[in-house]
Design a protein around this ligand. Sequence first.
Ligand code: 13P
Length: 261
Amino acid sequence: MAGERTPIVSGNWKMNQNHFEAIQFVQKLSYLLQKDDLDAVEVTLHPPFTDLRSIQTLIDADKLRLKLGAQNCHAEDRGAFTGEVSPAFLAKLGVHYVIVGHSERRQLFGETDEFVARKVAAVQKHGMTPILCVGETLEEHEAGLTLDKIRRQIRSALDKRTSEQVKSMVVAYEPIWAIGTGKNALPGEAQVVIAAIREEVAAVTSRPASAAIRIQYGGSVKAGTIADIMRQPDIDGVLVGGASLDSTEFARIVQYRRQSA
Ligand code: 13P
């Protein structure tokens, strides 16, 4: 059924690339990608906040078919939250996608399931699409607790959302032990967890929502590994960290269909 869901490849730059580097990167990437690639795959870029305006201007001026994304936002529209970024302001800047609940936010900045759920609602309130990240630590993985953890994260983020709201969302399954480590979950292993995520979405919302929601895999994805990942029936895309910083490598990831042809 993955055929009905448009594949989505997302580059999460984390705290890398200043706005000058970002402009160069986007120019090079747009040169490398062909019309066919962008007809088949939706591409989202998630630079640091300080780059958003520059990239948005470039996308608009050159009519690029790349979607602007952010890496995080606050749950409130405005107020006394020093250093935070409003989802309302991101929407005004032409941001389409916002990563919510990335494991680095949860682990390094103490974001709770409850706060993540509020952010999901805030992103959708402003007409943007959340990319909700879920994933287990190495300890949880080794203790066989992966599915318990993932189900809890999904339930908490989605249980106040309507079926229609969930249909348009993206979930990224990112096993924490595979992030930036060079270790991949095997495609078959990721498929099992992602199929379980889809089941949990059905249980929390509805079957039509679980059939429509797009679910990405993330964790050490490279041009050499993506084709096998994308062959899995429940995997609709990838969320890429390190390999999204090199425009040639990232373009090859977007072009994974050429490898299987
Ligand atoms: P890496 O691709 O560097 O493992 O990062 C994955 C990730 O966290 C993307 O959000």
